[in-house]
Design a protein around this ligand. Sequence first.
Ligand code: ADP
Ligand code: XUL
Length: 517
Amino acid sequence: MAFSLGIDASTQSVSAVVIDLDTGTFVYESSINFGQQLPQYKSPNGFLNGAVEGEVYSNPLMWLDALELLLADLKAHCDLKQIKTISGAGQQHGSVYLNADWAEAIGTLSPSQTLSEQIKPCLSRINAPIWMDTSTGIECEEIASAIGGNEKVCTLSGSICVERFTGPQIRRFFKSSPDAYAQTSRIHLVSSFICSILSGTDAPIDTGDGAGMNLMNIQSFDWDAELLEATAPDLESKLPELVPGNTSSGSLAPYFTEKYGFDSEVSISVFTGDNPSSLVGAGASAPGKVVISLGTSDTYFAAMPNVVSDPNGYGHVFGNPSGGSMSLQCFLNGSLAREAVKDHFNYDWDQFTEALTSTAAGNDGNYMLPFYGQEISPRYHGAQPILVGSDAFKKGELPKASIRACVEGQFINMKVQTDWMEMRPKTLYITGGASSNDAIAQILADVFQAKVQRLFVSGSVALGGAIRAAQHNLDYDLSELEATFCKKNPACIEPNQESAPAYSKAITAISKILSEL
Ligand code: ADP
Ligand code: XUL
């Protein structure tokens, strides 16, 4: 028997999927929710807001404690000796800062202590800024101006300078805490940090996740000297090596063999970003398929047949872990905005769903851009939804209309903002926490007038890790793995053609609001 394990170190949880490569079956799926299972970190949604507006960070020790809970759960439910290979992914852009002790600590992890106990003394910065952080506007301007403008930054790195990207985050740390920056000898992404821990070695960053830093040159797939220089001093020596996604990161550290009972020889492939991994796990690594992830963030992404970039600068070009590039648009106000409107009316998900099924397409002209926090597609710095419609709707007296307006506004904004990718999809593959909601999926189908199909597994990110590991380390064929494990649920959600005129009117109205922001 050969099992492959995929791990997803995400914003609100760390999850795993184990697949059996011989029988083509799923062995086990597990997830540890940070807020629920590690309440001592006081991060109900996996993150904390900083003292300064826009700062959002997580405690990397919480991720390590969650990893241990996850592995203990796997041990209790499946035969870990059968796992031959591991890979995975992390939430993109987040960064972990480590001092000179890291190099030795990572190679000598002792099973008599926890991971967090051993890594704590290696942190040169207690908190890891994550992708939700929007505090680096000034640093983005500084980097862009040093390079000669955002157009050039975009040509070099695939994106204009973006607040949540790792380069601007590093620059802000260097400026605000120069001593701690000087004591930092290694800066990891979430993906390469977790991969380092598992392999007991200082792991490289893959070009898929590396593209989300404003530091990698998208032509050479290497660190860009000009961007490094514009970001912070001595940066190259603090960054791991950049490698393609099919690179090995050695084998599982003895810590895990001894503590959890894994086999002594388990190969590891470098980790990648959650979105690039989801592209593989959704079976969409060849161009032509669009995947929409409705997780903490909503993301829309696709493997790119031709490299095009977003003229507005909100979208991104990342590396496709299967080769070539992928385009991605990220919406900060995803699940947490849907939750904000749900919680505002003290509804549960069933009542939220009923509100969607009992209201009509186009919402009688009541529209919302549900920007409950800052938005990145488009850039918007308010923290209140934008409302257009009747007085009662604007005063919040129509709970059902508010709920429909939130979801319609999210998907109409998504359609408008992703037009630059020129995908015109006939089918949308959906994944992530909110994808299980039929009423949400129906509105998505209607707004895009495209069929919506779900994956069988909820965790396409972790599955992407398990598939990549099997392909790279055990020589399994990618298209066969995709055909076996990335099956879609045949029950599709068809677009309701009668809703098309109402949505065309809503798209015109919301585009007008967007153009006036
Ligand atoms: P991430 O991987 O980014 O941590 P997930 O993909 O696990 O997030 O999605 C978590 C989100 O799923 C929750 O924040 C919640 O809002 C959403 N969710 C869970 N169940 C439902 C539901 N029935 N309807 C809509 N959204 C849901
Ligand atoms: C992508 C992005 C988010 C994170 C967390 O650019 O910021 O999707 O990867 O999921």
